[in-house]
Design a protein around this ligand. Structure first.
Ligand code: BGC
Length: 762
């Protein structure tokens, strides 16, 4: 039975709550919780560890049942995917008025890149390299979601990914440890603000701990086997950054890590997370991840539930392994009451920190949603964020920006589908009311320009593949007439226009969860359409929709202008018009490498040198580390993105070429806008440690600054380097900088840099 139905008819019942001091003072919290736990039965404690779904959006096959009865029996600690104040209030009333101990429920949701006002997908937001902007988007998401009754979000997702076959690369910040860490902090600050108990903040949940983005072969949920050295240096820092920023909770990942799945991994959840990093929040599993330990081969439900709890997991999402087996395990001596107490205390502490004992209805103000959700300020920020996320990949002979005059042919299966604009993992988006690219552009252009439209092709030639790629209401209608007929009609439209804008690429559900691909090109049927459009001789601009790096080798060779717009959220259409017509100058830079060929994956700029590196600018050399058929180079490197203006970099200057351990070194560079548009540039600083006790990457991002320059304007950009920036985990996992020679690189992307050398001295 659907929970929606059960609670809909409930009357508001007088609340009897707890008197909690409005303070999160630790000792007061301890006293309060110790007293409460002293009155709880073992079953009630186990109940707090149970997280069920409210059914508004489900991401797995199993859906919770009997929720109302379980709330009354004290068998539910949290509910997720239940929205709107009336529904949440009704469920909370059941808990605080009808359960024996009246313990409030925590309400979660996947608020990933906006709640109702949807911002670009996280990979797109990362392309802005603008942590202030990203923090603002998380703040707005928290304001809107909390106005709808929620107090907990399953975000940020900080999984580093270097394999674009993996669909969930769209949900994170891309391939880089440093950029990913800065974004992780910004998002936690945005969600949680300064006061977790304020009614407009959400508790963050950093996920998926850990290494979920390193799934073998880019196949979702697949195994990860990784050296500790790589984990500590490259994959773990963004999770740690989120925790250091105060994230209140952590979600386990689905994958196996070196033989022990994360959800049962004591080393990870207790040794690393609790002991090494000092995390004091609670850990929730991913969707039915405890139950999935059975398929991983770790035993039956009772065994895996006990193992997961003892590993350091506190809350069980949806699968109810904890609820149904932990008592038996206590009785059998497999789990101690102390294990249950530990978990229960951490869950109750989270509720205390959110202020729920003080006022369980803190997030249930019926008047807030109408004012907060989709308000003009939020929409304006969404439009700004979308514009800043777009990456100009190519712009031959300054085809862009376009002039607002004449006729534009807007062609392609992504041109008129509003439901695809929010992008994957926007589960609370109002798909019906999201304008399509065509609608958004028409609104901006008004009468200045005529837009004529044709879909030109299906999303995919194979109808069953298209079905798999348009789930969850992200529709793209199919036209099953012969391909040639559709192309002929589209060409007819194109011929009437002065310029052709081709809206092609992936649908939103071609990336995201369980959406891995082996061929990461633009679908062939769309590529054939593009080739025909180019033959018309009209100027063609490719507006590319994608949730991952794609292989665009053919497009890069043949299409004069390519603007990658990812999935830009609610205001995509307007933001694309802003950029195409030059009201906004693109400034996005790739947060993940675009390969030439899928066979190069995993491909990332901060790789090791190997003992047989290829010489600078070379392609194939026998007995060197390379391929026979494709060079090692990416198509577009990490950090790459063009602007309508040009920036020149003078030679970088170092304040000294010897850095003392306690000293600092200033690296500065004069950057000038030498073109004719105002624009923003992301100045990037990388280092290389030339000799180490262990091998070090050929480049590592250690700083970036986004600056704004008017035409003709220059600015000296200064970076401060200290010993801290040079530290890494050595073979014994000691975090230290080693004396010796370093290179510092400064440039406009990870490839086009100038370098200087310096020494770290003892
Ligand atoms: C996803 C998580 C998500 C959870 C709850 C899972 O399938 O992996 O990222 O938070 O569902 O919706």
């Amino acid at each position: 039975m659907k929970y929606t139905v059960i609670i809909a008819g409930l009357l508001a019942i007088k609340l009897s709550g707890y008197a909690q001091q409005a303070t999160t003072d630790k000792s007061k919290m301890d006293i309060f919780i110790t007293d409460l736990m002293g009155r709880m039965t073992l079953e009630e404690k186990i109940g707090q560890l149970n997280l069920v779904t409210g059914g508004d959006a489900t991401t797995g096959a199993v859906v919770s049942t009997d929720v109302e009865a379980k709330i009354k029996a004290g068998k539910i600690g949290g509910i997720f995917s239940m929205t709107t104040v009336p529904r949440i209030r009704a469920a909370q009333e059941l808990a605080v008025n009808h359960s024996r101990l009246k313990i409030p429920i925590i309400f979660g949701m996947d608020v990933i890149h906006g709640y109702k006002t949807i911002f670009p997908i996280p990979l797109g937001l990362a392309a802005s390299w603008d942590t202030t902007l990203i923090e603002e988007t998380a703040r707005i998401a928290a304001i809107e979601a909390s106005a709808d009754g929620l107090n907990w979000t399953f975000s940020p997702m900080v999984d580093i990914s270097r394999d674009a076959r993996w669909g969930r690369i769209s949900e994170g910040s891309g391939e880089d440890t440093y950029l990913g860490s800065r974004i992780a902090e910004a998002m936690v600050h945005g969600y949680q603000g300064d006061d977790l108990s304020a009614d407009n903040t959400l508790m963050a949940c950093v996920k998926h701990f850990a290494l979920y983005g390193a799934a073998e072969a880019g196949r979702d949920y697949n195994t990860t086997d990784m050296s500790l050295h790589r984990m500590y240096n490259e994959y773990l820092p963004p999770y740690k950054a989120a925790i250091d920023a105060g994230a209140g909770s952590v979600m386990t990942s689905f994958n196996d890590i070196n033989g022990v799945p994360a959800t049962a991994n004591k080393w990870l959840m207790t040794d690393v997370l609790r002991h090494q990093w000092g995390f004091d929040g609670f850990v929730v599993t991913d969707y039915t991840a405890v139950n999935e330990l059975i398929d991983h081969g770790l035993g039956n439900l009772q065994e895996v539930s006990a193992r997961s709890l003892k590993a350091g997991v506190e809350m069980d999402m949806v699968g109810e392994g904890f609820l149904t087996t932990l008592k038996k395990s206590v009785e059998a001596g497999k789990v101690s009451e102390a294990d249950i107490d530990r978990a229960c205390r951490l869950v109750l502490e989270a509720k205390y920190k959110l202020g729920l004992f003080d006022d369980p209805f803190r997030y249930c103000d019926e008047n807030r949603a109408a004012k907060a959700i989709l308000n003009p300020t939020h929409l304006a920020k969404a439009r700004e964020a979308a514009g800043k996320s777009f990456v100009l990949l190519k712009n031959d002979e300054q085809l862009l920006p376009l002039k607002k005059q004449g006729t534009m042919a807007l062609i392609g299966p992504l041109a008129n589908t509003g439901s695809n604009m929010p992008g994957t993992w926007s589960v609370s988006a109002d798909l019906e009311n999201t304008p399509s690219l065509l609608e958004g552009m028409r609104e901006v252009l008004g009468d200045t320009m005529k837009i004529i439209y044709h879909p030109g092709s299906n999303l995919l030639a194979d109808s069953s593949y298209q079905e798999r790629a348009t789930l969850f209401g992200r529709t793209i209608p199919r036209d099953d007439r012969p391909e040639a007929e559709l192309i002929a009609e589209a060409l007819e439209v194109a011929r009437q226009a002065d310029v052709v804008v081709a809206a092609l690429g992936e649908s939103s559900e071609m990336s995201g969860e369980s959406s891995s691909r082996t061929d990461i090109g633009i679908p062939a049927v769309q590529q054939r359409l593009l080739a025909e459009l180019l033959k018309t001789g009209k100027p063609v601009v490719l507006v590319l929709f994608t949730g991952r790096p794609l292989t665009l080798t053919w497009e890069n060779e043949h299409v004069p202008a390519i603007l990658n717009v990812w999935f830009g959220g609610t205001e995509t259409g307007k933001a694309v018009a802003d950029v195409l017509f030059g009201d906004v100058n693109p400034s996005g830079k790739l947060p993940a490498t675009f390969p030439q060929h899928v066979g190069q994956l995993p491909l990332y700029y901060s790789h090791k040198n190997t003992g047989r590196p290829l010489g600078e600018g070379q392609w194939f050399q026998k007995f060197r580390s390379n391929y026979l058929d494709v060079s090692n180079d990416p198509l577009y490197p990490f950090g790459y993105g063009l602007s309508y203006t040009t920036f020149t970099y003078d030679e970088p200057v170092l304040s000294t070429d010897t850095l003392q351990r306690k000293g600092n070194l200033q690296v500065s560079v004069e950057v000038s806008n030498t073109g004719s548009y105002a624009g923003e540039e992301v100045v990037q600083l990388y280092i290389r440690d030339l000799v180490g006790s262990v091998t070090r990457p050929v480049k590592e991002l250690k700083g970036f600054q986004k600056i704004q320059l008017a035409p003709g304007q220059s600015q000296r950009v200064v970076f401060d380097l200290t010993e801290e920036d040079l530290k890494f985990y050595n073979a014994d996992l000691e975090y230290a900088a080693e004396a010796g020679e370093f290179i510092v690189f400064i440039g406009t992307n990870s490839r086009d840099v100038q370098e200087k050398h310096f020494f770290l001295i003892d």
